[in-house]
Each structure stands twice: as C-alpha cells, then as structure tokens.
Design a protein around this ligand. Structure first.
Ligand SMILES: Nc1ncnc2c1ncn2[C@@H]1O[C@H](COP(=O)(O)OP(=O)(O)OP(=O)(O)O)[C@@H](O)[C@H]1O
Ligand SMILES: [Mg+2]
Length: 502
C-alpha cells in the first residue's frame, strides 16, 4: 500500500552516552502506509533511535522531520500530538492498575472534571473486542502473565488512532497465536494507511510483514533493503557480518539418556490447576525441552519446582533428596533459574554487571568465610562478560541502561558462574539476536556435557528442537506427549501442543 510519501525522517542523528557513541550519522525514513522493519544486533542502537524519535532521549545532533516539516520533540506528549504512538521494549504497564486504567493512563476520559470510569471501561471493552484480545477491561494487570501484559501495552498503542505506530519487539513474550493476531492487525492498519516501525529479532516475522528494512550495525546505517531484497541470508549477513545457518532446528533426532536421574518430579499439582499431576524425570547431562502453548502451565510448573510459587501436592527430588521449594534453598541445592520475566525477576537494573553477577554468587565469592574480595567479585563479572559476550564489555555499566538483549545475557551470565546441578531457563533467548542465540545454545550444550541438567521452556519451536535432547509437551497443565526418539519436527510439537493429535 505504500506510496512514496515520506511521513517521518530522521537525518544525521548522533548520540553518545558518557562519551561512548551509540548512533553515528544515522538516517532513517518511513513512508506513509508501510511497515518498515528496523533490525540489528543487540546493542546496535535500535531502541535508542526510537527513543530519540519519540522524545525520550535528546539527540546530540541531527534533525527529525514529520510530514515534511522539521519538528522538535522533547517529550512523549509532543509525539503523541503529532500522531505517533510507541510500544517500548521495556513494558510500561502499571501492575496495580486495571487494563482500562493502563490503556487510558494520562488521557483518561473525564466528566465534570472527574475521571469517567464507566466510559473508560466501555471504550476499553470496545477496543478489546475490536482486536479480539483475550483481556478484560477491569482486570488488574498485576494478575496477568508477561504475555498478556504485552498485549495490554499493545492495546495502549493501538488505542490512539495514530498515523505512525512504533513497536519495539512487540512479540517477545507472545505465543504464536497471539503474535498471529497482531500480524493481522498490523496488516489491516497498513491497508488503512498507517505506517509502522517494527523491531524484532524474529526473522520470519520481519520477512512476512515488512515492506522495507533498515539495518543498523554498531550504531551506523548498514543498509536499507526493499521488499524483494529482504531475504534471510542477506539480512543476517548485513546485520552481523557473517552467515548463520538458519535452517538448523526444523527437525532433529531425539535421544534418550540413560544416565542416572537427577531431578525427579512426581504428581506435581497446584491449587488452581495451572499444572495437574505432572511427573517427569531429568537425567544427568540432559537438555530437556518443554513445549506447548503459552498458558499450558510450563512456567508455573518450573516456578513451583524452584520454589517461587507454592504447589499443593506432589514431590520433587534432586539426587534423591526432596527439595525445600524455596528459591534460596534451591540455589543452595544446585539450581539456577532464568525467569521468563527478566526485567522484574532477573536482575537489578540500578546495579552493574559485576554487582548483579556477584549478588547471585556471594556464597562463592565469599569462600573461606572471609570478607568478600572486590577482586574476586570483579573477576567473576568480567568472566561472565567474556563467556557470553555481553556488550558493551564495561563491567561497571548499570544493567538497566544496557540493551534488552544484553540484559538477558547478564541474567544467564550470572548463573553459569555456579556449580550447578540443574539449570532452568524460561524463554532464554527472547530479544536475543541471531548471532548471539547460537552462542547461548552452545553454552547450554556445554553445561549439559558437564553433566548439568538443563531444562528449557521456549515458545520458539525452532529453538526447542535445536537444543533439546528430549521434548515434553504440555497442554492445559498436563504433559501430554513425550518425544524421546526418532525425528521430531516443528509441526509434530505444534500439533501435540494444540491438542490436534495425542
Ligand atoms: N540510557 C542509557 N545510558 C547509557 N547507555 C545506554 C542507554 N541506553 C542505551 N545505551 C547503550 O546504547 C547502545 C545501544 O542500545 P540500544 O538499546 O539502542 O540497542 P538495541 O539495538 O535496541 O539492542 P537490543 O536488540 O538488545 O534491544 C548499547 O550499548 C546500550 O548499552
Ligand atoms: Mg532494543
């Protein structure tokens, strides 16, 4: 639908943080009615560019043009007035508020000077119905999982009837089904002449949706590709400067592992039926994958085994000893846990990489019972940075100021410093670029070859098949299928998870 009329143009943008250049002479333009993807490695500068366009960060040099005129944007309110809405990578929803209050936050409908709650609920219900989201207007966001919170954030963006909608990794926590309905919405909006800036590390989404694609590399323009040039190998090569085999993970032979059982879970159930009578065993050195749709109960099961949430009945033993179902005790027993919702549960934004790594590992740093040595602490942080290629490699940078993908690397980096027996990772590569994903997979394989049990929960089927030795599929709180031999394909897992076949 795109005609060639340019709606937004960012010209010669420069930005440094504490003297480190992050964007250099970047040019970026969006046409009316096009989906324009923005891609690049973790830390390439995508989110920073978006925050400059939307007035969250000031730029050091350059100019922003909207509908042919230069504009000064100093706040998000300024850009909203222009007709731009943005869904940021870090969700900005407020958990203590309802869905409706979040959607209308800061622009609540009023009657006689007071907030008109009834209208707010009604309008939100209309929006929910229009987009078919599985939400309720008066539900507290605090009660929603990360995937549904992301839908609230999206709804907020959609509610403004904007001319340009910016989405920074909108599908990072969505299931295939929810993502699919988002794509349909995007395609509809485009047909209505709305422009969309779309940031994602999921290549297949970008191939499907984008009319054009701008690639950033190290804060500079690497390429602008037209629709017919958007082809996997070229995109990856432009992004990371080398080729990555993207076909791995479409099918793989599963294998049983006859080593001794390390983790033995028996008849595990919770109060509300998120998981029911679940039993499984994990063997030394095994990468055990959990497949299934979002809401199948995988995250809840893992959280209960590790001890974040309570369970009602059943037992979990580690090398024959029953767990105490408290994170502190689980860590002592040899567990590591990379949560799905990393921003709230995975790290402390105001602390540096060194401090975040140290916090999880004080018991190791403190060996000999003496006081903690700064040097040991630092060495550990630096080791994590090297092992997992955290960028920038500045050990003192606040993790909250790092790019989304690099925050995720810190969360993984802190656990692999420990002598683990079991590592549970929930959506470990959400927001991680294609190059860095490979690195994370080889780290998981490495851990398994040292005898550690790795349990991976992921909605990315390619990832699930690629890394797992054996796969369990959950549906509605139960394990309904095991793949422990023979070739497994993505569609076999998908069919089992959706209940099409048993
Ligand atoms: N507020 C800030 N203070 C200091 N440095 C920052 C800040 N925001 C971003 N950076 C740095 O700017 C660089 C670009 O980060 P940005 O978040 O734009 O990357 P990105 O392309 O969005 O990556 P990702 O795919 O991981 O989300 C990174 O090195 C990051 O650490
Ligand atoms: Mg980003």
């Amino acid at each position: 639908m795109a005609n060639n009329e340019i709606i937004l143009e960012a010209k010669n943008i420069y930005k440094s943080f504490s003297g480190v250049p992050v964007l250099q002479d970047v040019h970026f333009e969006v046409r009316k009615g096009e989906v324009h993807a923005l891609m690049g490695e973790n830390g390439a500068g995508k989110s920073t560019l978006i925050k400059i366009i939307t007035g969250v960060y000031s730029k050091d040099a350059g100019s922003i043009w909207w509908e042919g005129k230069e504009v000064q944007v100093n706040s998000y309110a300024d850009v909203q007035k222009l007709g731009i809405a943005c869904i940021y990578q870090e969700l900005s929803v407020e958990p203590p508020l309802t869905v409706a209050q979040n959607v209308f936050l800061g622009r609540e409908p009023r009657k006689f000077g007071l907030i008109d709650h009834r209208k707010m609920i009604k309008d939100t219900e209309e929006l929910i119905a229009r987009y078919g989201f599985p939400l309720k207007a008066d539900e507290l966001v605090a009660n929603l999982g990360i995937g549904l919170r992301q839908l609230v954030e999206i709804l907020k963006g959609l509610s403004c009837d904007s001319k340009l909608l910016i989405m920074d990794e909108p599908t990072a926590s969505l299931s295939g089904k929810e993502a699919e309905s988002l794509f349909e919405i995007i395609e509809k909006l485009r047909d209505q002449g709305v422009s969309i800036i779309y940031i994602s590390h999921r290549l297949e989404e970008v191939y499907r949706l984008s009319d054009r694609l701008t690639v950033l590399r190290n804060g500079q323009n690497a390429a602008v590709l037209n629709h017919e040039q958007i082809e996997p190998r070229l995109v990856i090569k432009t992004m990371i400067g080398k080729e990555v085999d993207e076909s791995a993970g479409s099918a793989k032979e599963m294998r049983k592992n006859n080593n001794e059982v390390v983790l033995d879970v028996k008849n595990f159930s919770d109060e509300i039926g998120m998981f029911k009578d679940v039993s499984f065993q994990a063997h030394r050195g095994e990468i055990l994958g959990f497949g299934g749709l979002i809401g199948a109960g995988r995250t809840e099961l893992m959280r209960a085994i590790y001890g974040i949430d309570k369970h009602k009945s059943g037992t979990a033993t580690l090398n024959g000893v029953e767990l105490k179902y408290s994170p502190k005790e689980s860590i002592k027993a040899g567990f590591g846990f990379v949560p799905e919702d990393r921003r709230n549960q995975g790290f402390i934004p105001l602390l540096s990489t060194v401090k975040n790594v140290a916090l999880t590992n004080y018991d190791i740093v403190k060996k000999n019972g003496t006081s903690i040595s700064d040097k040991d602490e630092r060495d550990m942080g630096i080791r994590a940075i090297k092992q997992i290629d955290i960028r920038p490699d500045n050990p003192d940078k606040e993790v909250g100021l790092m790019s989304g993908g690099n925050q995720q690397k810190v969360v993984l980096g802190k656990w692999i410093q420990r002598d683990l027996k079991v590592l549970i990772v929930d959506e470990p590569t959400a927001g991680i670029d294609v190059g860095a994903k490979d690195q994370i997979y080889s780290i998981l394989e490495d851990l398994a070859s040292q005898g550690i049990v790795v349990i991976i929960v992921t909605s990315d089927l390619q990832e699930l098949i690629r890394v797992s030795h054996r796969i369990l599929v959950m549906r509605k709180g139960s394990i309904i299928k095991e793949f422990d031999s023979g070739i497994v394909t993505q569609s076999m897992v998908l069919e089992a998870g959706s209940g099409i076949v048993d």
